[in-house]
Design a protein around this ligand. Structure first.
Ligand code: GMT
Length: 375
């Protein structure tokens, strides 16, 4: 098969979608394709030198007559320029707004038969899809893309329901590079964090936006810690941080909750964890649950969006009703208090990642999409 020239546009410094787009680019490059990132800044996971990965920065003119800097136009121009210069075969954009719409404009500007693949990650549909000033543009971006994928069946269905586009949406799940996410051999990290060997470790990782319901995480932990010697690791930062730390103080949990802020090597933290809590009210997939599972950590998640497609209730974790703190705490205590079940869930979590969400399988699905389009 001929090697392809693929442009990738994503939010380079934002959460799971940026991680997936960057990891996809790296793995496609390892398979011999040339990858051109067209983004506003260097994708944050692009840490080492690859001979076949290139970065094209979108620069926005700050000309004083512009009330708002025209980022979308600058992005479309850059996409067209790179498409022509590099003779791109495919432009794979992550998020419909603005990236798919910019890609369509870029295709027009370039005059090339540039194939556009759009991957929907969630908030572009579940939040922006409700905004009447944007929903027509989202629909346009979806319908004019050559192929549209979504990261879970739930998001595919929700897109059909909310946007009703005249376009099929294919589910391609997110993936994990198991070379990075695996349970590390025992280290002294637990001791260095001041956690004793017999204490259970519960972890939550997010951007602390209201949809992540981090206060529920603290409330569930409050119940767990009444019966079990344990610590809660809160990893990440964001708008809810102040409210969360106030709640931790009010509940008298300051000695038991570790605020670790944003961290790069979360695999090391998962490797000392016994349970992950993902209690969001919106979540199209839940990449952090997959990362934890790859490190053998069972998860408790809500019955929301794509979470039940990742965490299998009663197999590698538990699915609970949104906001039902008692049910979540009861399931957590049941699992943490039953070592045989915990080992079973932990093994099942790793197996599920290997079988359903492994990088090779998912990257091949994207490659098949590109080749089919170029036939
Ligand atoms: O969850 C966020 O706030 C970040 C957002 C993003 O743009 O990365 O995450 C979305 O995309 C991830 C990667 O596909 C998914 O794992 C997250 O579930 C999804 N977030 C939401 O749907 C809220």
């Amino acid at each position: 098969m001929r090697k392809l020239k693929i442009g990738i546009t994503c939010y380079p410094s934002v959460g799971g979608s940026g991680v997936i787009a960057t990891e996809l680019g790296k793995l496609l490059a390892e398979k011999g394709h040339s990858i051109h990132f067209i983004t506003s800044s260097m994708p944050f996971r692009l840490q080492k030198m690859y001979h076949n990965i290139f970065y094209h920065q979108v620069e926005v003119n700050q000309y004083s007559v512009f009330q708002y800097p025209p980022y979308d136009i600058a992005l479309a121009s850059k996409m067209a320029e790179v498409a022509n210069q590099e003779k791109l075969d495919v432009l794979h954009v992550h998020y419909a707004i603005p990236h798919a719409v910019c890609a369509i404009l870029a295709r027009e500007m370039s005059g090339r038969d540039l194939k556009i693949v759009t991957t929907l990650h969630g908030t572009d549909i579940t939040v922006l899809g409700n905004d009447p000033s944007l929903s027509d543009a989202i629909k346009f971006g979806i319908e004019k893309s050559d192929v549209v994928t979504a990261v879970s069946d739930s998001l595919s269905a929700q897109t059909a329901e909310m946007i009703n586009p005249d376009k099929d949406i294919e589910t391609v799940y997110n993936f994990i590079d198991e070379r990075i996410y695996k349970r590390n051999a025992e280290t002294d990290l637990k001791a260095r964090l001041g956690i004793s060997a017999d204490e259970k470790v519960i972890i939550h990782v997010s951007n602390f936006r209201p949809v992540k319901r981090v206060k529920d995480v603290v409330k569930v932990f409050a119940q767990i810690s009444q019966s079990l010697s344990s610590k809660l690791l809160l990893v990440g930062d964001g708008p809810e941080m102040r409210k969360v730390s106030r709640l931790v103080s009010e509940l008298g949990l300051k000695e038991k909750v570790l605020f670790l802020g944003k961290q790069d090597n979360v695999d090391e933290l998962y490797s000392i964890s016994d349970l992950m809590l993902l209690l969001s009210e919106k979540e199209s997939f839940g990449l952090v649950a997959l990362e934890a599972m790859a490190c053998g950590v069972p998860c408790i998640g809500t019955n929301i969006g794509g979470i039940p497609e990742v965490i299998e209730d009663g197999v590698n974790g538990f699915i609970c009703r949104l906001g039902d703190i008692s049910q979540m705490a009861e399931r957590a205590l049941f699992l943490l208090g039953n070592p045989a079940l915990h080992t079973e869930f932990s093994n099942a979590a790793s197996i599920s990642v290997k079988e359903r969400f492994n990088a090779n399988k998912i990257v091949s699905q994207y490659e098949d999409i590109y080749y089919k389009l170029l036939k």
